[in-house]
Structure formats: C-alpha cells, structure tokens
Design a protein. Structure first.
Length: 170
C-alpha cells in the first residue's frame, strides 16, 4: 500500500498537468492600477532591494519582484503577511521584515516554486499549445485557483467531459 501512495500522487499530478495544458489559463496580470489592491500595498510601492532570494534570480529588481508577488497574491488569494513578517501595523509595508525566513509559508512557497519549475521543464511538448514567451504551462493558479489551499474536489465536469475516477477500493 505504501508504494501505491507515491504512484497515486504522481498520477494525480500528471493528470493535473495534462489538463492544465488543455484548460484555459489564468488571465494575464493587468497593468498596475493607481489604487491599492484590497489589503495590499499601494500600486506604486516598491520593496527595498531584495537580500534573501533563494529561488528567484538574485538580480531580480524590486519592480519585477512586486509583479511576481502580486501574481502569488492573485493565484493563492493571500496577502504579503501570509509569507512575510509584518511590523506592528500589517498595512505599513516599510515595517515588514522581508528577509526573515521565520514563516513556514515562505519556505513552502519556495519548495512549490521549485516544483512548478520542474513540472514546466518536464512538461510534454506535444501536449497542448506551447506557452507564450514569459508564461508557463503550470503556475500556482493551475492548482490553487485563487485559494489559499488547492481545492480537493474537482469542479463539476462540463457536459461531455469524462467523469472523475472513483477512489480506489481498500
């Protein structure tokens, strides 16, 4: 039974990846707006120069970093404080300790960044249309769909789509 669990996880991930190449992708991020997103930093705010990048390229500038972080906000439905240590006022971005690795969500995000990169590198080129330059086959949104935790139940199948497989019997 123990050997079946990793196999089942692999098959599930493979199915998600395969369907991701055929499913509509998340809309591209809109241009920054003048108003602040609800609960987020002002659109024109930039963090200090990053000092603790472990997965993203070290030369990522603050503007690029904000675009990436806003993508995570949208893909997972979370705000900065989910991964970063806030000061006394979570709305005061200048008081955040962005360098800290104290929050476990930050490490989990790094692990998932590596995972999605590996999936995209191994994605079968003959499945679906190739992504546009700068895009990926699989993103955080592919699984999270704007939610903190990926939904465990599949959405209702469209007419004519194959039904979800029944769980294995003990």
């Amino acid at each position: 039974m123990r050997r079946l669990v990793p196999l089942a996880a692999f098959v599930l991930c493979g199915t998600v990846v395969m369907l991701a190449g055929q499913a509509p992708q998340a809309p591209a991020a809109a241009a920054p707006q003048a108003a602040a997103p609800a609960g987020g930093p002002p659109a024109d705010w930039l963090p200090p120069t990053p000092k603790n990048l472990k997965v993203l390229p070290k030369e990522t500038d603050p503007k690029q970093l904000m675009e990436i972080m806003r993508g995570y906000n949208a893909a997972m439905g979370v705000r900065c404080v989910y991964c970063h240590v806030a000061g006394p006022d979570p709305n005061d971005m200048s008081a955040y300790n962005f360098e800290s690795d104290r929050k476990e969500h930050k490490e989990a995000t790094r692990a998932m960044m590596k995972y999605t990169d590996a999936v995209n590198q191994a994605f079968p080129k003959e499945v679906g249309d190739p992504p546009k330059p700068g895009e990926s086959y699989v993103t955080c949104f592919t699984c999270h769909q704007g939610q903190r935790h990926p939904p465990l139940k599949p959405k209702a199948a469209a007419p004519g789509a194959p039904a979800a497989a029944a769980p294995p019997r003990p």
